[in-house]
Design a protein around this ligand. Structure first.
Ligand code: PBG
Length: 333
């Protein structure tokens, strides 16, 4: 067909005429192998607390997490990202607890890798859970978020996680130059095989609200707009991704996912390393709330949202729906 002829015999519906035909022509598949499951951990034993703004998600002690990981492995969800809830008395202005080798995260990582060596553990590298100020970086007296001082601490944190056995360290802080600095620090400490998953295009989004409730990690003053990206910017995402790839990122991420699918597509077309997308806490909360009210069909919107993210170019998806989606996919096949 060329632009001058009008072909009235085009019938695209033929390719949709049965489930089998639709499966044959389907362009995108989502698989349990794509999922990374973020979990919230806390100190202590045999405790589990619900997170009201994230129905179905809880904060739990490492022993309780073990039971959940068994369930995950049985479902085929084999990548876990633990996020720590740190007691207020362990927080200071410099996030010192973030690189305590006996702290919650390294202890949890060692335990997981010992019991489940095939599970891939991806640790968060940022100061907000450890910092009294609730910022991802160190806050100066005048309120400025100090870049290079923060990067020094992030390097210690990353090496501490690598020593504990983390497969990936995942800087989510958006300081400048942190990927290169962390790569050098890991290599210098002998961890050339520890990978870096960079939160490269991370926006200053209101959709992180429920996550901050879960960890009690909201900024005490100000916002994160001097380090996280302006939601208005698309080309800047490419700049951030290019820098992170150049500095040694093994995987780059776009976050949030569903309101940023244009950015995700552009990054996926541009990036020579695999791209991750994070379906964040607010995206999870919205779908749960609408489903609880009977306004949306929960199972279908879970799979459709994940399909949209995959179709937009994500290779892997961080999602609180990982276990549920795994079950739904099993049911489909
Ligand atoms: C902190 C961090 C945040 C998330 C992941 N790592 C919150 C923030 O940047 O304020 C958000 C994840 C979510 O909302 O699910 N460095």
């Amino acid at each position: 067909m060329n632009e001058f002829t009008l072909d009235l015999n085009q019938r695209p519906r033929r390719n949709r005429k049965s489930a089998t035909v639709r499966a044959l022509v389907r362009e995108t598949e989502i698989s349990v192998k794509d999922f990374v499951y973020p979990v919230f951990i806390m100190e202590g034993e045999n405790k589990e607390e619900p997170i009201p703004s994230m129905p179905g998600m809880t904060r739990k002690t490492v022993d309780v997490l073990f039971k959940e990981i068994e369930e995950c492995v049985a479902l085929g969800v084999k990548a876990i990202a633990p996020f720590p809830s740190i007691a207020e008395e362990k927080k200071d202005h410099k996030g010192s607890e973030s690189y305590n080798p006996n702290g919650l995260v390294p202890t949890c990582v060692r335990a997981i890798k010992e019991k489940f060596p095939d599970v891939v553990v991806m640790t968060d590298v940022a100061l907000d859970p450890f910092n009294i100020d609730g910022h991802d970086g160190i806050v100066a007296e005048n309120g400025e978020i100090l870049n290079d001082e923060t990067v020094d601490v992030l390097c210690k944190m990353a090496v501490c996680h690598a020593k504990a056995g983390a497969d990936f360290v995942c800087p989510s802080d958006m300081m400048d130059g942190r990927i290169g600095a962390i790569r050098s620090a890991l290599d210098a400490a002998g961890f050339t095989n520890t990978s870096i998953m960079a939160y490269s295009a991370k926006y200053a989004s209101a959709f992180y609200g429920p996550f901050r409730d879960a960890l009690d990690s909201a900024p005490k003053a100000g916002d994160k707009k001097t380090y996280q990206m302006d939601p208005a910017n698309r080309r800047e995402a490419i700049r951030e991704v290019a820098l992170d790839i150049n500095e040694g990122a093994d995987i780059v991420m776009v976050k949030p996912a569903c309101y940023y699918l244009d950015v995700l597509r552009e990054v996926a077309d541009f990036s020579e390393v695999p791209v991750a997308a994070y379906q964040v806490s607010g995206e999870y909360a919205m779908l749960c709330a609408a489903a609880e009210n009977g306004w949306l069909d929960r199972n279908r919107v879970i799979l459709e949202s994940l399909m949209g993210i995959k179709r937009a170019g994500a290779k892997m998806i961080w999602t609180y729906f990982a276990k549920e989606a795994a079950k739904l996919l099993q049911g489909e096949s």
